[in-house]
Design a protein around this ligand. Structure first.
Ligand code: DX5
Ligand code: ZN
Length: 219
């Protein structure tokens, strides 16, 4: 199963005093996805947005697909809030201790797509048992918490492994990469099996965003 490439700009690198305008920039380019990073200052050493922010972005008429990445110690306590706020996809990390399978099932029961996220130092095996129950696997290619970090090339083999399991089990989940993604690292990830590309710094710093987005579509 080879999915067409999707570029998901990360709002983390947008203007935090004008988030609706940053989201509108993405929509105006004809892109479909917006990556929204939710951090709790506990699972990761940084803070960002809450469900109220997601609700407000929706209220501002944004029709983008909200790819919501929960970096929370207890994501199971917040999936309803983000679903009701307008998330389309809710991705939860494997590392914290809670009932991952039940939470993924709840996300789907709420009418959202469900994703599982895996940190750079967590082996792919940790999520193997959940692959049949997700719409997307998000492979962190930096330690989560901050934008602007360099891509970790050693994570490419994790993408290859996941793509292999997906083929073996005849599954169709997307494989998303997040952290240090630009056209060069994105191309390497595409070759290794990724189809969905989060880009924060590289997208919002691009002088010609339309050309940048067009190049991604060709990966
Ligand atoms: C980091 C976040 C990323 C971040 C990526 O914890 O999950 O989504 O926005 O930023 P860049 O693309 O700058 O590495
Ligand atoms: Zn993210």
């Amino acid at each position: 199963m080879i999915h067409a490439p999707i570029l998901a700009p990360s709002l983390l690198a947008g203007d935090h005093a004008h988030l609706a305008a940053s989201a509108a920039t993405v929509a105006e380019l004809g892109l479909k996805w917006l990556h929204i990073d939710i951090m709790d200052g506990n699972f990761v050493p940084n803070l960002t947005f809450g469900p109220e922010t997601v609700t407000a972005l929706r209220r501002h008429g944004n029709t983008l697909f909200f790819d919501t990445h929960l970096m929370l110690a207890r994501p199971d306590r917040y999936v309803e809030a983000f679903a009701h706020a307008g998330a389309d996809l809710i991705s939860i990390h494997i590392e914290p201790d809670y009932d991952h399978a039940a939470t993924l099932a709840r996300i789907r029961a709420l009418g959202c797509q469900a994703g599982i996220v895996i940190n750079p130092d967590t082996p792919a095996n940790a999520i193997k048992h959940l692959l049949a129950t997700v719409d997307l696997v998000l492979v962190m290619t930096v330690q989560p918490g901050f934008g602007g970090q360099p891509f970790r090339t050693d994570l490419l083999q994790k993408l290859t492994q996941l793509a292999m399991w997906r083929a073996e089990q005849n599954l169709s989940f997307r494989i998303e990469v997040d952290g240090g993604i630009d056209l060069q690292t994105g191309a390497k990830c595409r070759t290794a099996g990724a189809d969905t590309f989060v880009a924060g710094t590289s997208f919002f710093k691009a002088a010609d965003k339309a050309a940048y987005a067009a190049s991604f579509a060709l990966l």
